[in-house]
Each structure stands twice: as C-alpha cells, then as structure tokens.
Design a protein around this ligand. Sequence first.
Ligand SMILES: Cc1cc2nc3c(=O)[nH]c(=O)nc-3n(C[C@H](O)[C@H](O)[C@H](O)COP(=O)(O)OP(=O)(O)OC[C@H]3O[C@@H](n4cnc5c(N)ncnc54)[C@H](O)[C@@H]3O)c2cc1C
Length: 451
Amino acid sequence: MPRSNRRSFLKFIAAGSVMSSAALAPARVFGQSSPHVVIIGGGTGGATAAKYLKMGDPTIRVTVIEANEVYHRCYGSNEVLTGHVSMEDISITYDALRGKYGVEFIFDTVTEVNPDTRAITLKSGDKVQYDRLIVSPGIDFIWDGTEGYSEEIANAEMPHSWKAGTQTRLLKSQIDAMPDNGTMIIVPPVNPYRCPPGPYERASLLAERFMAEKPNAKILILDPKDGFAKDKPFMLGWNRLYGFQIPHTKMGGMPDTVTEFENPGMIEWVGSDAGGKVEAVDAAAMTVTTEFGDTFHGDVINFIPPQKAAKLAFDMDLVEGNWCPINHLTMESTRHPNIHVIGDSCVADVMPKSGYSANTQAKVVAAQILHLLHEEEPEEPTWSNVCFSRVSSDYGVSVGGIYRLDHESGKIISTAGSGGVSPLDSSHQFNRLEALYQEAWMENFVADSFG
Ligand SMILES: Cc1cc2nc3c(=O)[nH]c(=O)nc-3n(C[C@H](O)[C@H](O)[C@H](O)COP(=O)(O)OP(=O)(O)OC[C@H]3O[C@@H](n4cnc5c(N)ncnc54)[C@H](O)[C@@H]3O)c2cc1C
C-alpha cells in the first residue's frame, strides 16, 4: 500500500472505531482458534459475502442466518408479472453454498444483537456468537406520508411487489384480471430506493404484454420525481415501441427519428413538475389523488412506497436517518465495531441500491474482513454496478459505473471516465444485443452470488 494511502487507511480505521467499548472482549483473529464470521441475511449481499469469504479462506467458519429457506430474487420478478417466467424460476435455495463451499446456515429470524458481548439472539431463543458480523438485511417500507395508504392496503388492494414473493403473486393476479380497456397506475417512490430503474422496466414489460393481450389498456406512471435512472433511453424505447409522447423536458439529445404523437400511447408518464406526486389514495374507490388535486382511477394500482433500511438495522441501532452509515474502507458500521453493513441497507453514496452493488460490496467486505482477521491492512477497495433493463423482450438499455473511495471525504465516488448509459442514437441491433446481455447477466450473476 502506498504511504499516503496507508496514512488515510489509519485515519479511516480510527474513524471506524469510535464506538469501541472498553468492555468489549477482543474478537478472535487467525492464530488463535478459527474466527467465526456470521452473516445476517442470505439475500444477494449476504450470500455473495459468505461464498467469497469461504473462497478466500476455506478454513474460516462462516454462518448465514436467514429468515427463509428459499430466496425469491427481485431481479427477474418483473418477468413473473408478464408471465415470461414463473415464481419457481426466481426461487433460489442455498444447496450450492452449503455443499460446494461449506457455508453453515441457520434458518431463523434475528431478534437482537448485543454488540458488546457479540451475541445474536434468534426468534427460537437460540444464541449465536460472532467475531465479525456482516449485516445485509435489505429494505423495509415507510408506510406513512400518503393519506389513506397503509401496510394493510399494500397487502390487499394496492400491492408494491417490491420484495419478491407473496406480493408478486398478488400483483400478477390483479394484472391478469384487468379488463382489456383497464388502467394500471404505477406510483414509483422518491429516491433513494431499491433498483432505481425497476418501476420503469415494469411499465415497459407490461406494455409489451398489454399490446398483445389487452391492446386498449393504459399504464399511467405518477412519479414524485422529475426524472429517473436511464429516463431518456427508456422514453426513446417507449416512443419507438408503444407510441409514447416524449415530454419536451426530455427531448434534449433525442434523435431526429423520434415520432411526435398527438395522444399519449399505452404508457403515460407524469413527473413531479407536471403534478405526478401522489398525496392520497382511496383503496375502496381504487383512486389516487395528486398534489395538483387530480384524481385518477386505476383497475390495478401498483403503489411502491418510499423505503428505508430493514427493520433489523433499526433494532440493532445501525441507522442514522433512514440508512446505515459505514466506514467505506472496511464497510464497518460507524455506530458499532465488528459489524459490517452491506447491500441496500447501507449508505453507499453514489452507488445505486441494486443487486449488483450488493454483490460487489460483498466481495469488498469479504476481502477486508479476511485482512482484518489476519491482522493485515485492508486493501484499496473498488466497486462496480451494471444495470440492464428491458424495454421489451428484445430491446434492452443499460447503465454502468466503476466506483472508488475518495480518501479525503471518505465517500464512494465515480471513477472518472468510467461507466455510461445506453446511447440515444442506438440501432435496433444494439438494443437487441443489450437484451441478450441482460439475459446472460442474469444467469451469470445468480451463479456468482448463489452458485
Ligand atoms: C422489481 C425489481 C427488480 C430488480 N432488478 C434488479 C436488477 O435487474 N439488477 C440488480 O442488480 N438489482 C435489481 N433489483 C434490486 C435487488 O433485488 C436488491 O438491490 C438486492 O436484492 C439487495 O440485496 P440485499 O442483500 O441488500 O437485500 P436482499 O436481497 O433483500 O436480502 C435481505 C435478506 O435478509 C433477510 N433478513 C432480513 N431481516 C432478517 C432477520 N431479522 N433475520 C434473518 N434474516 C433477515 C431477508 O429474509 C432477505 O433474504 C431489483 C429489485 C426489484 C424490486
């Protein structure tokens, strides 16, 4: 490690240790008996961290504590709504992590963690001891803030389907039953939230389905934001495929081939500047009302609520505001030592909350924990993210980035000259290739995280 980085490293280690308690028993390192790394949450971040810890050092003991024996991945869940794939296709078991890498699993819910004694309490009453703990518990929802909306309404009339599982099935059944001339309303959340392009990919794939099955249907997106991830490539695709009228505010950089439509096509997007922010819902009438006072009726209403770190992170006192602050060099919580937070729950600055981000954060944390356990210095971290979305089955768009640690600010920043978004002068072949890349990415990514 260069001398200047070493100085920064020492500064960050010191910063990350502010909460060290004098009463804390020293955690085991290698050379004593084998240390025990415990991971709470066997989703994308947790599963990847477990695998890469065991790949890095097979002698280390790694235990994942996960609430469910089967993981339903969110990536691919929009295709369940269109009927292209089934719930079984997005279901993952932990057989490979157990059989191939020797990761231990406990299927239970964590109810409490004592950072001083390093003891985890499970719902069953069992206790588990750790030397280092990784927490990757995902997200939870903010239920208040919209008049008439609640968790009960999300579970019955207006599913979010933003955690794959029961909600995915419920939303699919509502979409299946929607009349041919029905309206589906999608309400995306404010930033930051899990999978920034996800609501717009959902609208795209459902438009493709409706074109074939319910050609008189409408998809109305009422957005509290004035833009979204990859908005121009999405809108260009909607213009080309679904008769979408691109708003004037989004015309900059669009090719001459864009078509002007008199009426909105199958998809209509209303951003915040045009009054898209929904302020109230009425589940009995199946309506939403915007801040401009307009009321819209939906046959299906997919209300995706604002988000925050998972409940466990709050219970463990890892949160400031809505998310978990970390020392980005080691991804260790700045609130409690020996506890590392990755995935959607953590503050990762410019990185989006995505499976890909959780996966690269998991690889960084696995490497740094192995260094710390061997009493070595952490290495210089880098992270990446590529996010493919489908505008239709054979039309893909993407955004990517490479990230590094800015030692002065302690923040994760974009590496200059890296990354980019799909071009707006793309040919049909280009977008077709991006759709194929997305398919290949999905297969490779699932294998990398869980296989
Ligand atoms: C519709 C949709 C499409 C998406 N598409 C993409 C995509 O194409 N590409 C991409 O990169 N990302 C995509 N994502 C985002 C991706 O799914 C998430 O960013 C990713 O799953 C985050 O990983 P995580 O480990 O933080 O959380 P999760 O994967 O949600 O894992 C959290 C785990 O913690 C467990 N847990 C929580 N609390 C406890 C507790 N107390 N005790 C025990 N276990 C607990 C949960 O059961 C869960 O298994 C998409 C998301 C959605 C909603």
